[in-house]
Design a protein around this ligand. Structure first.
Ligand SMILES: Cc1cc2nc3c(=O)[nH]c(=O)nc-3n(C[C@H](O)[C@H](O)[C@H](O)COP(=O)(O)OP(=O)(O)OC[C@H]3O[C@@H](n4cnc5c(N)ncnc54)[C@H](O)[C@@H]3O)c2cc1C
Length: 290
């Protein structure tokens, strides 16, 4: 199928973009990489009257580490660019690894980091990576600019805290904790598919006791938003990630996750997969702890 007709514009400032998004009559919609939106237009699942292309706004094309050590990724930064950046690879390797699981190089060359977060497919890798890394989301609209935590940003499948007249301008990743290790693991039917289920794990090692001081465990494909599993984190903290702790974490995944049945997998298959991935990811993350 082909899309219904629409107008296209490429503003050069955030202010212009926000003014255009406020045009309710034309039902304006942001387009960034177009890798999710254009298929939706072609299938007529979305019928905006105006596409507002944000990739020509210079300030949104910035990826940098600020004076406080935060990684800031603007809304026009492509996934491939972020994954190849040396600051990202050195400081936030989980993010680079998660991007590596997205589709194929052609998709990552066009798709943006913020576009994937704003689109919020619950099987997507980046929302889970963002929650595991405690990212903040900078949203700008006619009522000003606000920052939302990852916990509050993802509302439901294909729904986030960004209102129709607002723009996600930037995602901000805090500095990596000391002595941390990470892993991102996922189960897919074919290379490049969305995750049937996946997990991001971040562990922090207490060097005095050689035990886990803190843990973050977040799943994709396990609910309508990225699922942070506190029970699994509790099972890991205070341990040296031995067999007993891993078994307790896996058991927490089996009992604590409530994924859905769909055409790709049953809920039970997803739960079992999640428990196996979690053990593997925790083992890898612990090995990587400095
Ligand atoms: C064949 C194929 C395979 C794929 N495989 C995967 C995969 O394995 N894993 C995965 O995670 N993704 C996958 N994707 C999706 C891909 O990652 C998209 O790039 C991403 O989901 C959307 O980013 P985008 O920049 O292309 O956004 P667009 O398609 O331009 O926009 C997507 C939606 O987000 C909104 N939006 C975009 N940017 C903003 C913003 N800054 N502020 C507010 N709203 C905004 C748009 O209005 C639209 O509703 C795949 C896509 C294709 C075509």
């Amino acid at each position: 199928m082909k899309p219904t007709s629409f107008d296209y514009t490429a503003p050069s400032t955030v202010g212009e973009a926000v003014a255009l998004l406020g045009d309710e009559e034309r039902e304006a919609k942001v387009v960034a990489g177009g890798q999710s939106l254009l298929p939706m237009l072609n299938m007529r699942l979305a019928r905006p009257g105006l596409l507002v292309d944000i990739t020509r706004i210079p300030e949104l094309g910035r990826l940098h580490v600020d004076g406080s050590g935060n990684l800031r990724i603007g809304a026009a930064v492509r996934q491939a660019h972020a994954a190849a950046n040396s600051a990202v690879r050195d400081g936030w390797p989980l993010l680079a690894a998660a991007i590596g699981h997205i589709g194929h190089p052609q998709i990552r060359n066009r798709g943006t980091v913020c576009g994937s977060l704003a689109h919020h497919d619950p099987a997507a890798e980046l929302p889970t990576a963002a929650l595991s890394l405690d990212a903040g989301f900078v949203i700008t609209g006619p009522r000003g600019t606000r920052t939302v935590t990852a916990e509050d940003f993802f509302v439901a499948t294909f729904s986030t805290a960004v209102e129709a007249d607002e723009l996600l301008t930037e995602v901000v990743f805090p500095p990596p904790p000391a002595h941390h290790g990470w892993a991102f693991e996922e189960l897919t039917r074919r290379h490049g598919d969305f995750a049937t289920v996946g997990v991001a794990v971040v562990l922090e090692r207490d060097t005095a006791t050689n035990t886990a001081r803190a843990a973050r465990v977040v799943f994709c494909g396990a609910g309508s938003v990225p699922v942070r599993l506190h029970a699994a984190e509790d099972a890991l903290v205070g341990s040296d990630i031995d067999e007993q702790a891993l078994a307790a974490a896996a058991s927490a995944a089996l009992s604590g996750l409530a994924p859905a049945d769909d055409i790709h997998a049953t809920a039970e298959y997803r739960r079992e997969g999640a428990a196996h991935l979690l053990v593997r990811a925790c083992t890898t993350a612990w090995e990587r702890c400095s």
